[in-house]
Design a binder for this molecule. Structure first.
Ligand code: NAI
Length: 458
């Protein structure tokens, strides 16, 4: 559903009126267009040390104008602050204050990206305080930046370098229009597994050879719940990126499903994912037609809202069955099958309701928090291998589901994020396509929120 208020405040007179009355003024977000430049203005790489120097070199290879310090009055596309060597909270002042000067110079839709090491990887209290401090500071910057700009962070785990292929993949994602609705978030990056196909393909980006137009070319992806909403958009974006898509949905949605499959040049699979043979049928379909299954997007989901006091067993059970139990069962079978690729990706849809809880959604929140638990636990089995499993947690996304929310509540829900608007299905789809790509080979067991820095459960 269109956000008419957003359209209105982006015209001159209503915009001025909203400003005078102190009303929210959401900006039109900078979203990805194929062939877009990584930056149209210079990019600041703040921070000293070899990690910052090496990263600045890589950006130069991407044909980006790099600045190591703010030049008064010069507009910036992005500010990348490299804080991988901080040892104590006092070390933060220099680069953070420089970042403060940079954010004033960001163009609309500008980007702030911080790179730093995990506080979980040190036992030194001062070092841990400094590292964790960056988390708080960058979340605050995300609240402060305006005109559709965002601030996010890349947390380097173990000995991952600032120029590791996955670090660079994540940086490209955050700098691009693909991350338009990802704000105030952090992804943890481990060193890209050596020798994986993924590592080799992503490495070319470090050498300045650019990113392939179709990073998923030759891959086969299954998207559950693909007949409409977010699932249909995921199918479209994965196909745009070169994947062969198996669009899956219940038989009752067969007509819409066929339309989606035709639109993306894929195949349709009518199937209820709660069926005991669901995984076997997916593997058979992908195996027979394409020889391999590389990407699984567990998108199908349902809500059956009721206060817990009024909840009946059928509402509870159906939500758990579709949203989490089916995935647990299918993942076991995918992992055990030779049809599921050695560099396979599983990406599961969680929800901010699973992080913060939501009135009337105890069953749904249990299932979506369950997805987060599943992804974190299963990641251990994938560690160091070419396969990954991650979750994406959308906030308020403009779909049929959220169009059913009463108008006033919907207006309020839209404004309750730093970006003061709902996201679009494409925002969720772009994040999933990134996690499915080689460039994300070192991202495993993560939950990436696509929520515009929703104020709920931040
Ligand atoms: P939707 O209701 O528009 O689409 C869900 C699709 O899943 C439908 O086509 C439906 O037929 C299919 N489906 C349901 N049960 C199935 C089953 N047993 N087997 C196969 N297919 C089945 O939902 P929407 O809004 O597109 O959401 C997609 C996912 O994103 C869901 O997992 C949802 O929980 C999650 N999500 C959505 C948010 C939003 O704001 N729309 C926010 C947070 C999470």
């Amino acid at each position: 559903m269109a956000d008419k208020y957003l359209d209105l405040v982006n015209t001159p007179l209503p915009g001025r009126l909203a400003k005078a009355l102190g009303l929210p003024r959401p900006s039109v977000l900078r979203r990805y267009t194929p062939g877009e430049a990584i930056a149209t203005r210079p990019v600041l790489v703040a921070g000293s040390g070899s990690g910052a120097d090496a990263l600045a070199e890589v950006l130069l290879g991407w044909d980006v104008e790099v600045r190591r310090h703010v030049l008064p009055g010069e507009k910036l596309s992005a500010a990348v602050v490299v804080l991988d060597a901080v040892a104590a909270p006092a070390d933060l002042a220099g680069p953070m204050l420089e970042l403060g000067q940079a954010v004033k110079l960001l163009v609309p839709g500008g980007r702030v990206v911080a790179l730093f090491r995990s506080s979980a990887d040190t036992t030194d209290p001062a070092e841990a305080a400094a590292r964790q401090g960056i988390d708080g500071a960058i979340r605050s910057v995300a609240h402060e930046v305006r005109w559709g700009a965002t601030a996010n962070g890349i947390i380097l785990r173990g000995d991952a370098a600032t120029t590791d292929p996955t670090t660079l993949g994540a940086l490209r994602f955050f700098l691009s229009g693909k991350s338009a609705y990802v704000d105030g978030q952090f992804v943890e990056v481990s060193a890209t597994p050596a020798g994986s196909i993924a590592g080799l393909a992503a490495a070319t980006t470090a050498e300045g050879e650019g990113v392939p137009d179709q990073p998923l070319a030759g891959r086969t992806a299954v998207v559950t719940g693909a007949a409409r909403g977010i699932g249909a958009k995921i199918a479209e974006v994965l196909a745009r990126d070169g994947a062969r898509v198996v669009a899956l949905d219940v038989p009752a949605a067969g007509e819409q499903l066929a339309q989606v499959a035709n639109r993306v040049g894929g195949t349709a699979l009518q199937l209820d994912i709660t069926a005991p043979d669901a995984a076997a049928r997916i593997l058979e379909h992908a195996g027979q037609r394409f020889g391999m299954l590389d990407i699984v997007v567990h998108n199908a989901g349902i809500t059956r809202d009721k206060l817990l006091a009024n909840m009946d067993a059928s509402r509870w059970d159906s939500v758990i069955a579709v949203n989490i139990a089916s995935q647990l069962r299918m993942n076991e079978e995918f992992l055990a099958s030779p049809v599921f690729s050695d560099t396979g990706r599983i990406i599961s849809l969680a929800s901010t309701s699973g992080i913060a809880g939501n009135r009337g959604q105890s069953n749904y929140a249990a299932s979506k928090a369950g997805v987060i638990g599943m992804v974190r636990a299963q990641a251990a089995a994938f560690d160091g291998v070419g396969r990954t499993i991650n979750a994406v947690a959308p906030g308020f996304i403009e779909t049929d589901m959220t169009a059913k929310i009463p108008p006033l509540t919907r207006q309020v829900a839209r404004r309750l994020s730093s970006l003061q608007q709902g996201g679009l299905p494409v925002d969720v789809a772009e994040t999933i396509a990134f996690l499915a790509s080689d460039a994300a080979a070192g991202i495993n067991g993560q939950v990436v929120r696509v929520c515009g820095q929703n104020l709920v459960g931040a």
